[in-house]
Write a new protein. Structure first.
Length: 111
């Protein structure tokens, strides 16, 4: 899976709250949607990520299983650990554009 390394890099960067690396991975017209957030455009999505990072002390994203939906779309079961004791299970559907940038992330909480 050629995009698995990019997805892993994204989750690792998210865990490190590394907004600069996350920015490099995102397309300019990225869409982020989860159970609380709907944002369009790189600046808005990065701001939403920064707000998440500011609201918690620690975060760790652990990929569990990768599923290939198409050549450029993947579903990844992840566990998000926050502040050392909170855990949620999520399915992230991550889509890439033709330039290999993350174009859309749709997250579904499964707990």
């Amino acid at each position: 899976m050629p995009y698995k390394n990019l997805i892993t890099r994204y989750f690792d960067s998210f865990s490190k709250k590394d907004i600069d690396t996350i920015s490099e991975l995102f397309a300019d017209n990225i869409v982020l949607q989860d159970w609380n957030i709907y944002e369009v455009g790189k600046a808005n999505v990065l701001k939403a990520n920064s707000n998440i990072f500011d609201s918690i002390e620690e975060i760790k994203v652990v990929p569990i299983t990768f599923y290939k939906n198409s050549d450029t779309s993947f579903a990844v079961q992840i566990e998000i650990q926050t502040n050392s004791d909170e855990k949620i299970r999520v399915i992230d559907v991550i889509e890439f554009n033709g330039d290999g940038k993350i174009n859309k992330i749709t997250a579904f909480m499964i707990d």
